[in-house]
Structures are given as C-alpha cells and as structure tokens.
Design a protein around this ligand. Structure first.
Ligand code: GLA
Length: 338
C-alpha cells in the first residue's frame, strides 16, 4: 500500500460462547467474531496518526515514536498508541473511526479497534500474527495481562462459524453453528469493572495452581485439583480444568445437534465462573437465570471477563427480543485503493 492510498480497515467485535478465563492458561475457548464492527477510513502519510471517532469528543493524535502507550490521552488513544508502539509504522495516517459496537460493553470494542488500527497502518500477515501483535498492544495500553482470545477471534473470524481456539497450539478450528439458533448478547446494565488488578490476580492464581500440579491444560481428571492445599487456588484450578472439558463437550454437542447438552454446558460454565472463579455478580446471576428460564432459550452464561458486562444466550429465533442479535462474521480485513 503506497502513501496517499485510501484505506478502509474493519475489525469485528467478538462474543465468547463458552471457555472463559482459560485462554491465558493454554486452554480451549469458543468465541466468534460478530457482525458488529469498528471501521477505520483514511489515508496514509505524514509523521503522526490522527484519528477522529464518532464516539469520542477528542481525537487520538499519536506520534510514530511512542514511549508509553498507557500515558496517551484521551483514554481511547491508548489503544491506538499501543498498536503504534508494537507495529512501528514508517508513515502516519489520518482518518476516522466509526463503530457499530457498543463501546466498553464486553464485546471487545478495544480488540476491534486495535486490529483495525493495525491493518489501517499497514500490518500485513497472518491472523495469528495480527492477534499476537494487538494482544501485546492491549496489554501495554491497558495494563491488563489479557490472553489472546479477543484479538484472535476478531482477526480470524469465519462467517457462519464459531471458532474453537486451542490457546496452547494457537490452532483455530471453525465450528458451524446450527441454523435454527441465534446468538443474543444482553447487557447486565452493570458497567464492567475489569480492574486490571482483579483480572491479574485471577491469572496469577491460575499460574500458582499450575506450579503445584502442572499445566492445567494437561489435567483431565478434575479430582487432581484436590492435591492443591489452598482452597481458593483449588477452586480457581477446578474452574479452568472443568471449563476446558465443557468447551469440548459443547463442540461435540453442536456437531451432534444436541442443544440440551449445549445449554447444560453453558449453565455449568456460568456456575463455575460464579462459584469457583468468582467473577460473576448478583446482577449477572439474576440475568442468566431469567434468560435461561425463558421459553426457547437453549442456554445463557456470562461472557468475557465478568465483573459486570454481558450475558450471551443461545436461543430459538424470536425467543428473545432484548439485547443484540449477533451473527458469526468474517474476521478483520482491509482494502486500499488509489
Ligand atoms: C478478557 C480477556 C481475554 C479473556 C477473557 C476471559 O476478555 O481480554 O483474554 O481472558 O477476558 O475469558
């Protein structure tokens, strides 16, 4: 892409169907890129990145040399600066950001912005490399030691399919969703408080548990976690071990068209995130309970990091009319002309 070319880059958001708080433990996750996305349009050139956003009063203005992305202002410019610091583009960019994603709702609006910025600024490579670069950008921008799920789902999306991601091998396998269910995302009304410290504390606990009994991904017998003396670490480890098994059970159940089994796995996942991993809230619990009890709903659970944010539900079309109906979409893409 030459200087002065007109560029359009699209980064989709994501929702995770099942497999939360396991990506940073080499686990299995089942997210999908969604048909709500962030789009960047503009031209390459100059010696800084200037982006106006339809959701933000102030533009992001980022120099090509960024020392500390977390210090960029306004706050949304941190994500732009994180990508610039990792990608180190040779020329700048001037353009606009528009999005159909609810910002800060748990649909990975930050990952969508990061992958779109990277593509707009000239990243070329495989979806995995794009995800790895933007994961590092997110970590530097936010200070949260996130896993790779959000960025890889956005980068590697496949229309019509969820993605089974093996966070150890980083292999991505499309998993077709049945035509007779829709995916709904319902906001709990609780602003997600993804305080870096709580997330980092959970991740550290999982790593401490692995120090004691070995990589949790290799633990197939859930009773093995009983060897962990500390009750909190034991619960955290039990969540990871059982969640990996539930992701595989969900993939099998989807292939078999066994929606009852899908719903059971989602219910068990929510209970595990609530009781063992302790990242749910009473508001999320009540919403999951209400949605799961609605006729035509296959299953419901909190999705993403927890501590507020969204619930994902699988439902027969028309069974739910609240929240956003989202469809599995293609991954991030860019086009240039001129
Ligand atoms: C956030 C992180 C992801 C993942 C989820 C929980 O979305 O960015 O890497 O850990 O929480 O599954």
């Amino acid at each position: 892409m030459t200087e002065g070319a007109s560029v359009v880059a699209i980064g989709p958001g994501r929702v995770n169907l099942i497999g939360d708080h396991v990506d940073y433990a080499e686990g299995l996750v089942l997210p999908m890129a969604i048909d709500l996305a962030t789009t960047i349009s503009g031209t390459r050139g100059g010696d800084r990145i200037v982006l106006e956003s339809d959701h933000e009063p102030h533009p992001a203005v980022v120099p090509l040399e960024v020392a500390d992305p977390a210090a960029a202002t306004p706050a949304w410019a941190r994500y732009v600066a994180g990508v610039v610091a990792e990608l180190r583009p040779e020329v700048g960019f001037t353009g606009t950001v528009t999005t159909t994603l609810p910002v800060g709702a748990g649909l990975s609006s930050s990952a969508a912005l990061e992958v779109a910025v990277a593509l707009a600024l000239g990243f070329r490579g495989e979806p995995l490399a794009l995800a790895q670069l933007t994961q590092r950008a997110e970590q530097r921008a936010s200070g949260v030691p996130c896993g790779i799920m959000d960025q890889l789902a956005s980068a590697a999306g496949v229309e019509g399919s969820a993605l089974l991601i093996d966070c150890r091998s980083l292999e991505v396998t499309p998993v077709a969703l049945p035509a007779d269910v829709e995916v709904r995302v319902v906001h709990s009304g609780q602003e997600r408080q993804l305080s870096g410290s709580e997330y980092a504390e959970r991740r550290a606990a999982v790593e401490a548990a692995a120090q004691q009994i070995g990589p949790l991904r290799d633990v197939t017998d859930p009773t093995a976690v009983e060897a962990i003396g500390d009750p909190v670490l034991r619960r955290r480890a039990r969540h990871v071990v059982t969640e990996n098994a539930r992701v595989l059970a969900t993939v099998d159940a989807l292939a078999a068209g066994d929606l009852d089994a899908v719903g059971a796995a989602m219910a068990a996942s929510h209970a595990s995130l609530r009781d063992d991993f302790e990242v749910s809230t009473p508001v999320l619990d009540a919403l999951v309970e209400r949605l799961a009890a609605t006729p035509g709903v296959v299953g419901a659970r909190l999705t993403g990091a927890g501590f507020g944010g969204c619930v994902v539900a699988l439902a027969r079309p028309g069974a739910l009319d609240e929240g956003w109906a989202v469809a599995p979409a293609a991954g991030a893409r860019v086009s240039a002309s001129g």
